[in-house]
Design a protein around this ligand. Sequence first.
Ligand SMILES: [Zn+2]
Ligand SMILES: [Zn+2]
Length: 409
Amino acid sequence: MIINADLHIHSRFSGATSDKMSIETLSVEAPRKGIQIVATGDCLHSGWMKEIKSCSVVDDGTFELNGTRFILSTEIEDQRRVHHLFYFSSISAVETFKERIKSKSKNLETDGRPNVNMSGEELASIAKDVDVLIGPAHAFTPWTAMYAYHDSLKDCYGDLADYVSFVELGLSADTDFADKIQELHRLTFLTNSDSHSPHPVRLAREFNRFEVKDATFDEIKKAILRVGGNKPVLNVGLPPQEGKYHESACISCYTHYTLDEAIRRRWKCSCGKQIKKGVKDRINEMADFAEPHHPDHRPPYVHLIPLAEIITKAIGQHTPFTQAVSKRWNELISVFGSEINVLIDADINEIAKFTAPAITEAIQAFREKKVIIRPGGGGQYGTIELSGEAMDTKFTLQPKDTQKSLLDY
Ligand SMILES: [Zn+2]
Ligand SMILES: [Zn+2]
């Protein structure tokens, strides 16, 4: 069977998250985005674990509420500020793991995304002992990621580098960027939302499509490890230009710089503040190849723009967090079932019957790749513009492919 999974979110027990981030809300919102499996995040936190335990048990590592399945996961920040993702086979594995790191953390019970005074190698070593999957989160971002502080997997995970089975690309990168780096070729790429809110512009803005025999932890683990015929069949995510750290830019006034300019200015903006190295520049710095070389196992990558963002532009709102946008989004979801259906699969003439002409046109423009993206950087998301004509620039969506039906993969 084919499933869609968002394997990185945060609960309301993590910093800077929406208080609406409950298991109940996620269980209702995920299917509206077209997602069957959500990784819980924050599973080391007792309060969040209590909520996870309120779900019905499918098996040791799989939980269910309102038809949405959850698997156990957390993100941890190590002593170098590198973020790592973990996937656990059972609640007892979570407890054993927690026991092993307890003395090295001061905020295990107060922050869903705890800090530990340990290295990546030490964390990977415990993960291996407890049979937990580990990999770098949003691997290329400039503040809290593996490649911000290390030049290789080996530099981060030491002798345990071989145990790492996946890398999360983060919003500012995609497969074409990451496959310029040779050491990543053996790893499975994960595309997850890292959402701090259940709002449809955030939740499942990136997700993975897996081929599995059942929607359970064991089957997803096999898909990540690509064994027993299970595998990722599609990565889905924002165009990387939309990410907050795609280009090098000032963290205060968001002026963008080329890598050469930034180096010449010693990473200091004309306004006096710091220029943060963008994911694009960081990847090109480390690239083994000028063009991406995809290994045979690598699935296609499909770029999606959240429907709420498309509606926002179509009806002239400034943010997607307005009632007007929600109303229009809900109208379409109630008819077509899920966001993926509206964006990709539903007949445009059918869509036109249920929404405003401007929204139909905007969805059509997205499908025809007539969307221009002004790249993000310095912590500011990229923005989209709907144009009347297909733009033949590097910021155009899917320059090579047409947006095939997601169901084709
Ligand atoms: Zn993180
Ligand atoms: Zn500046």
